[in-house]
Structures are given as C-alpha cells and as structure tokens.
Design a protein around this ligand. Structure first.
Ligand code: NAD
Ligand code: TDX
Length: 360
C-alpha cells in the first residue's frame, strides 16, 4: 500500500534531506509527498528545488498551527503518514524569544495531532496510518563527564525554552497513543550535521565565518560535548523506525560520536585551511587566529550522549558515516555552495547575529 506522506518542516535542514532521501528510495512509488512549511527564516524553497519537477511532490507554504489548512491537506492528499519535522529549532533563538517556540513546537504539534486524529478516526482507524514525531536528545537535560548516555527511559529534564517546548510536544505525541490508540512514533536524535544546515548552528556558522574572516565565537570554555550524527544517517534511522517500529514506540538515535566543541572548531579550521585554497579560495585570515572565547550560553547543557542500543538491537539500524569523512564532505559542500548560503546572510540574519553576538 502506498504511503501518502505529509512532511512538515520539509524545507528546513533535516526535513529537506529527508524528502530527498525518501524520493530517491521510492523512485516508482505513486504515493504523494507533500511538504508543509511556513518558509520562515530557516525554511528555504531552494532546499527542495530539485524535487519540484516530480509530479508526486508538492510544497505548500503554511503554518502547522493552521488547523483548517492541515485538515484540508490531510483530506485532499489522502495522507496516511505524517513525518513531523517542523519546529523552531535553535536554542539561542529560544533564549532571545521563547514565545514562538511554545507556539510552533507545542501548539503546532497539538494542532497536527488533533487534525490527524480526526482524519484517522473518520477512516475507521486504519492500522497502517502513522504519525512520526521527530524530537531531540535535549529533552533529557545535561550529563556530567562520567554519566552514562541517555536511554529511552531517562527522565525528561529540559533546560532551555527550546528543549522544554520539544519535551511538551513529545508528551503530547505519547499521550495520543496511550489515550486514543493513535499510532504515533517518537524519535529522539542527537546533533545533526551535513548539507543545507542553516548558518546559525555551530558547524555551518564556523565554516562561513572562516570564509568571511569573522571571529569564531566559542561559548564558555569550549569543552561542552555533543554527540554528532550525519543527517543522512538520521534520515535512514527515521525511515527504519517508520517501517519497522510498533505504534507507541520511542527510539533514541545518535552517532556514538561524542566530540568537544573546541575540537570541532579546530577540525573545521584545519579542513578549511586545507580545502579552500585547493578550491581556489583565499582565506582572509589564518582560521585558528579567529577563535574567540565568548560569554557562555545561559543554561548551557554540558554534555549529551545517546545510548542507541535499542534501535541497533530491535531494528538493526546503526550509523554509517565516519565523522572525519562526513565533516570533510560537509566543509566541501559549503565551499561549493556559496550560491546557497550567500542569500541567507540577510538583514534578518545580520540583526539576529548582532543581537546574539554583539554583547558577548
Ligand atoms: P530547521 O530550523 O532547519 O527546520 C525547521 C523547519 O520547520 C523550517 O523549514 C521552518 O520553516 C519550519 N517551520 C518552523 N515553524 C513552522 C510552522 N509554524 N509551520 C510550518 N513550518 C514551520 O531545523 P532542523 O535542524 O531541520 O530540525 C528539524 C527537526 O528535527 C526539529 O523538530 C528539531 O527539533 C529536530 N532535531 C534537530 C536536530 C539538529 O541537530 N538540527 C537534532 C535532533 C532533532
Ligand atoms: O556560535 C556558537 N558557539 C558555540 O560555542 C554556536 C552557535 C554554538 N556553540 C556551541 C553550543 C553547543 O554546545 O556549540 C554547540 C552546538 O550548538 P548548536 O549548533 O546551537 O546546537 P545545540 O544547541 O547543541 O542544539 C542542536 O542539537 C539538538 C540543534 O540546534 C537542535 O535543534 C537539536 O535538537
């Protein structure tokens, strides 16, 4: 039976990588592939422009909080699967302005869940319908250096407005399974990197600043640890969970790859120093000289690490990318795609940048 998928946030970083992965993996499928995205600062039609020619694909500009639009799409496109990426996703922006995070991440997820419930109940609750909610490791809080990694049963302890709003949405997705029997799935993933990531996040921000000769702002002592996963691995994990997991299941996804921020910045400096000149680009300043320690992020989680033994054991998924190779490919991608990132350095971006980094 064909899956008719609604992919919310499909014009963002992970969503657009997922839509491309999905279309490539289902070449002869007649199922609809509908992206619903508000096309705000992080949602970019260019991220999915190469898919526009496919008849089964459509990009709809709209808000997941718009109940009548969501209901109309579910009915018109005969949607039987939602993969829900849409969110306000950046921790620093959630500190500057938390309201948008509660609105999109909590109210928006609730709106989708309610609309999907009505749609699923109206079809007499087909057993193959699925609502996959994409979430984060940040809901579990912060680890000390020697703590064991987060498992699916680690209690929630979010520390930022972003992670608190994601935690709220996870609880709603869980409740819809337990209360209504609606076939929801939840995935909690660690930090992603790869092509099409908006240059507010650590890796693309550092790449662009190196190219532009701007300071590289390292928060605090740079010793915070994240568990990095290539976005392509996240996409295969989501598809695996969608195809194999039982309704109501929760899976952690991660890269078994804990790295300190400062080590990543050093690696990026060295990769840029090697690759940019080889591609005919001169760097304005020796990259490591740009490293600048700045005031820490308030409530900055010290360490994240994911225990992925459940998805490895139950579903046979594990990450395929090696971090060194993946990071090199990512740096090459940003070097080759100036036409993609240059337009993103808009007035909105400059204003955000000045507000966040100007005072540090
Ligand atoms: P992103 O900011 O690049 O993309 C989010 C997309 O959602 C954008 O295209 C944006 O326009 C869209 N969107 C925002 N508000 C919307 C609304 N009200 N209605 C419709 N669309 C809206 O973020 P991302 O990094 O691709 O993250 C995608 C999802 O994955 C998020 O739910 C995030 O919490 C989760 N996640 C991200 C990471 C990571 O490292 N980036 C890790 C784990 C989980
Ligand atoms: O300028 C910077 N300097 C710096 O030191 C930025 C932007 C970040 N950092 C640090 C903060 C974090 O310790 O780098 C680390 C990574 O920061 P982000 O890229 O902002 O990611 P993080 O806060 O870890 O959250 C990410 O992973 C989990 C995503 O943004 C979330 O959407 C996801 O849920």
């Amino acid at each position: 039976m064909s899956k008719h998928v609604l992919i919310t946030g499909g014009a963002g970083f992970i969503g657009s990588n997922f839509v491309r992965h999905w279309c490539k993996n289902h070449p002869d499928d007649n199922g609809r592939v509908v992206v619903l995205d508000i096309l705000g600062y992080a949602g970019n039609p260019a991220n999915v422009a190469d898919l526009e020619e496919q008849e089964r694909f459509s990009l709809v500009k709209g808000d997941i909080c718009d109940r009548s639009l969501v209901t109309e799409l579910l009915t018109r496109e005969k949607i039987n699967t939602i993969i829900h990426f849409a969110a306000e996703s950046h921790v620093d922006r959630s500190i500057l302005g938390p309201a948008a995070f509660v609105q999109t991440n909590v109210v928006g997820t609730f709106t989708l869940l309610e609309a999907f419930r009505q749609h699923w109940e109206a079809q007499a609750k087909p057993s193959h319908y699925r609502f996959l909610h994409v979430s984060t490791d940040e809901v579990y809080g912060s680890l000390a250096a020697d703590d064991p990694a987060f498992t699916e049963t680690t209690p929630y302890a979010p520390n930022s407005p972003y992670s608190a709003s994601k935690a709220g949405s996870d609880h709603l997705a869980r409740a819809y399974f337990h209360t209504y029997g609606m076939p929801t799935l939840i995935t909690n993933c660690s930090n992603n990197y790869g092509p099409y990531q908006f240059p507010e996040k650590l890796i693309p921000l550092m790449c662009l600043n190196i190219l532009l000769g701007k300071p590289l702002p390292v928060y605090g002592d740079g010793q915070n640890v994240r568990d990095w996963l290539h976005v392509s691995d996240h996409c295969t994990a989501i598809e695996t969970v969608l195809n194999q997991a039982n309704p109501g299941d929760v899976y952690n996804i991660g890269g078994n790859n804990q790295v300190k921020n400062l080590d990543i910045v050093h690696q990026l400096c060295d990769l840029m120093g090697e690759l940019a000149p080889a591609m005919g680009m001169e760097l304005p300043t020796a990259p490591r000289e740009l490293i600048t320690f700045v005031r820490d992020r308030p409530g900055h989680d010290r360490r994240y690490a994911m225990d992925i033994s459940k998805i490895e054991r139950d579903l046979g998924w594990s990450p395929a990318y090696n971090f060194e190779t993946g990071l090199r490919q990512t740096v090459e991608w940003y070097l080759q795609h100036r036409d993609w990132w240059q337009p993103l350095l808009s007035e909105e971006y400059k204003g955000y940048y000045a507000k966040l980094y100007g005072q540090r």
